[in-house]
Design a protein around this ligand. Structure first.
Ligand code: PLP
Length: 417
């Protein structure tokens, strides 16, 4: 960092500003976490220099003997951690991992069945602005209006009607456990491949806090930077019979050279996730998300589906008459970072949705427990209810920001020294 400061104080300043932002506020974005210094060290290493197209022992460049070791260790740790027959750590992101999984099992024009984006699915699950919706005939399933849980009867009906090549489960904003066995059963009925996009919850699986999709899925795709607490990136786990197809779909089909510094950092994260402390962490993440959801309900908001089994809760703000966009802006002013989010069957437009999504991965990494989350809920509620732009509202937001600083100082992110 000294070199950066000397050579490029402008960018060094940005890095320090971001560190201070993390230290001074509450991070409640469900898809973010605070990686360890060890992961950051691998990311900021000379492994970033190396071209290594191909796979260990089968590269298109010389000089790969050293980086091969990193990838082999990473693959072995990943397979062991998840009990998977094959792992590929090269995808640059979760979206790249998904592209590879589609490419391995379907051709453009084929039908895929996945969760509706408006109800919690991801862009790569069939959105018209994404390859998944443009190149594939994407059919969407939804949650039930009464329970806000996945409508498995509808999934089966749509599968029988459309005979998709791939059925996808896993979402971006779904707080409940997914019945992988039932998805497997439906996929088998129509001879489809089952792809579980575990981007959000793979870390909870690693920590043995929720059931694993690995025994049920043909392929599991994931990000490595959410609850899993690794570097920003993607990965694919699959059965041995699909290993060749998946590897070819990652490279050379959808990517060139892997980011070897990121692959090494993923290996570091896998080792961290295999420790007993990480299992405690994963369990605490869920307890914290549940405490937060409960706290927000006590403040008059509504947790979609009545709560959460995971690291995130989807909060309907209509009972308190605030939009998701207003809540996001007010929380930002109070040093609470979260995102606005549509709720299932949201009558409001996407840029002003009725809800927010909150998550506990980062705050739990800092060391917060349920009692802290009760305090977080009460500060968040104060912020969300403060009419920004009025003298009283702005004063309230300043007070909440100060209280947030005091709260996070008890369990600092990246403690000084
Ligand atoms: N799949 C799901 C379910 C996600 O939630 C996300 C990102 O949030 C992705 C895929 C894509 O990951 P990335 O942003 O790394 O491309």
């Amino acid at each position: 960092f000294d070199a950066l400061q000397q050579q490029d104080p402008e960018i060094a300043g940005v890095v320090l500003d971001e560190l201070e932002r993390l230290r001074g506020g509450l991070q409640l974005i469900a898809s973010e976490n605070l990686t360890s210094p060890a992961v950051l060290a691998a990311l900021g290493s000379t492994l970033s220099n190396k071209y290594a197209e191909g796979y260990p022992g089968r590269r298109y460049y010389g000089g790969c003997q050293v980086v091969d070791v990193a990838e082999e260790i990473g693959n072995a740790r990943t397979k062991e951690l998840f009990g998977a027959e094959h792992a590929n750590l090269q995808p640059h992101s979760g979206a790249s991992a998904n592209l590879a999984a589609y490419a391995a099992f379907a051709k453009p024009g084929d039908t895929v069945l996945a969760m509706d984006l408006k109800q919690g699915g991801h862009l790569t699950h069939g959105s018209k602005v994404n390859f998944s919706g443009l190149w594939f005939d994407a059919v969407s399933y939804t949650v039930r209006q009464d329970t806000e849980l996945i409508d498995y009867d509808q999934v089966r009906d749509l599968a029988l009607q459309h005979r998709p090549k791939i059925i996808i489960c896993g979402a971006t904003a779904y707080p409940r456990l997914i019945d992988f066995a039932l998805f497997r059963e439906i996929a088998d009925e129509v001879d489809a491949k089952l792809m579980v996009d575990a981007a959000h919850f793979i870390g909870l699986v690693a920590g043995k806090a929720i059931p694993s999709p690995v025994p049920f899925a043909d392929v599991v795709t994931a990000t490595t930077h959410k609850v899993l607490r690794g570097p920003r990136g993607g990965m694919v786990l699959c059965r041995a019979e699909h290993a060749k197809a998946i590897d070819k779909a990652v490279f050379p089909f959808s990517q060139g050279g892997p980011l070897m510094h990121a692959v090494a950092a993923k290996a570091v994260a896998m080792r961290e996730a295999a420790q007993p402390e990480y299992q405690k962490y994963a369990t605490q993440v869920i307890a914290n998300a549940q405490a937060l959801a409960k706290g927000l309900e006590a403040e008059g908001m509504r947790a979609v589906s009545g709560g959460t089994d995971t690291h995130l809760a989807l909060i309907d703000l209509r009972p308190i008459g605030v939009t998701g966009a207003e809540a996001e802006a007010r929380c930002d002013a109070a040093r609470i970072t979260l995102n606005k989010n549509a709720i299932p069957y949201d009558p409001a437009p996407p840029m002003k949705p009725s809800g927010i999504r909150v998550g506990s991965p980062a705050s739990t990494t800092q060391g917060m427990v349920e009692t802290d989350m009760a305090e977080v809920a009460s500060l968040l509620a104060r912020a969300v209810k403060a009419p920004q732009g009025t003298p009283a509202g702005d004063a309230e937001l300043r007070e909440v920001a100060d209280a947030v600083s005091t709260l996070v100082a008890r369990v600092p992110a990246y403690p000084r020294g």
